[in-house]
Design a protein around this ligand. Structure first.
Ligand code: GLY
Length: 407
């Protein structure tokens, strides 16, 4: 069956009352074409002078219309997302000119696999770039870089604690071994390496990290602390706190998004039902508190809601995660999660969130680091990365669109 261009389904806005049924529509092919257009506009701008493949689109803030680019350095955690966007676009279009651009940008990161690790973000950096590069090309050079990066990431593991250290530079200031929820995403590179010629212990590290985080870094309602701090010698849990959220006990939208994405991926890699159950629980606390358009405020407990910025990037991360999670669930939960993902993508693909002609990004209205006043209500490259990933997943699901329509 050909992929239908438009996936339509009915959804219950607020539970049991049939009069609240609405219709969510996302035109997948239109959204993919839109992304391709924006990517070509960005490439055109980057090639205005002589292109520097070590400079990666990072954000568009204020009245700017084109990407602020930052250099690939060990402490620039976002440098892998633009190559990843290009790889997804190559997957969707088959255009070898895009593949060549993706390759050139990706290879600027190679040196990060050969130097001492700066922090846990090596997983984001290398797996969004080289991970997609290898997935689509099977070039053995790319595989070697991922394997070296996974070994490097594993040097952050503390067996006393049972997690990877996120920020070596912040051990004294935070009072111990620190692990942030974002680190769940980096486990994917360890799982991959363990399956593709790397050491089996990488799998064990990833599983132990997920277990420890599950035990300590969540509140009774399954919302997460952004940061957990542990005693590096005894492994004892010291405290949960925030870094990018409003307060230690609030639900920072992207932190919860990383948890949803992370535990979904850990279930995929382990098939351990504890992780599937947990992925559903951390998802439900997020879904139950979303505003009507399914794009969260930057922190679910930020004072001043609804007059506070959204975080479209969190919605992109969760939409992509739910399109995977629904594959693993009971029919009832699968329907709920597909429904929510499509509602998110419908909002994100609307004029309310699209950058459109005004900017060269895909999406506006993400929030990077609100407490530091950085990247507030901005276009941010990781929103675009998870948006195109979600569209790619939805396109793959297109063969089942008739099932979606009957929900
Ligand atoms: N610390 C990564 C993020 O902003 O989600």
């Amino acid at each position: 069956m050909r992929f239908p261009a438009i996936i339509i389904l009915s959804f219950l806005i607020s539970g049991s009352c049939a009069s609240n049924v609405g219709t969510a529509t996302v035109d997948v092919d239109d959204a993919i074409t839109y992304c391709d257009t924006q990517i070509r506009r960005t490439l055109h701008a980057l090639h205005q002078d002589s292109v520097d493949y070590t400079m990666m689109p990072r954000n568009i803030t204020g009245s700017d219309t084109t990407w602020y680019c930052s250099k690939v350095t060990p402490d620039e955690w976002c440098a892998g997302f633009w190559p990843g966007v290009l790889w997804y676009n190559y997957e969707l279009t088959g255009d070898t000119a895009i593949m060549n651009e993706a390759t050139n940008f990706t290879e600027s990161l190679e040196y990060l696999s050969q130097r001492p690790i700066f922090d846990h973000d090596l997983g984001f950096l290398m797996f969004c770039s080289y991970g997609n590069a290898y997935r689509l090309t099977h070039n053995p050079k790319f595989k070697e870089v991922i394997l070296a990066s996974a070994d490097s990431l594993a040097t952050l593991y503390n067996p006393n604690v049972g997690t990877l250290l996120s920020w070596p530079r912040n051990v004294s200031i935070l009072g111990g071994h620190n692990t942030i929820m974002d680190n769940m995403i980096n486990l994917e590179m360890l799982f991959w390496a363990a399956k593709n010629g790397g050491d089996r212990k990488l799998y064990d590290i990833a599983v132990k990290h997920a277990e420890t985080t599950m035990k300590y870094q969540f509140r009774p309602d399954y919302s997460c602390y952004h940061v957990a701090v542990y005693d590096p010698e005894t492994g004892g849990f010291i405290k949960g706190m925030t870094h990018q959220g409003y307060a230690d006990n609030t639900m920072w939208a992207r932190g919860q998004a990383w948890a949803i994405y992370g535990y979904t991926m850990v279930y995929r890699e382990t098939r351990d039902p504890r992780f599937l159950d947990f992925a559903c629980k951390v998802t439900d606390v997020y879904l139950n508190r979303l505003p009507e358009d399914y794009v969260p405020y930057w922190d679910f407990d930020a004072p001043g809601i609804p007059a506070v910025p959204r975080d479209a990037s969190a919605a992109c991360v969760v939409a992509s995660a739910l399109l995977e999670l629904q594959e693993y669930c009971s029919a009832h939960d699968a329907a709920r999660y597909k429904d929510a993902a499509i509602k998110m993508l419908t909002s994100l693909s609307s004029d309310s969130y699209r950058s459109g002609q005004a900017r060269t990004s895909f999406l506006d209205h993400s929030t990077g680091h609100h407490p530091e006043g950085k990247e507030i209500d901005a276009a941010i490259i990781y929103a675009d990365y998870y948006y195109i990933e979600a569209l790619t997943r939805l396109k793959r699901l297109g063969v089942h669109a008739d099932a979606l329509a009957s929900l």
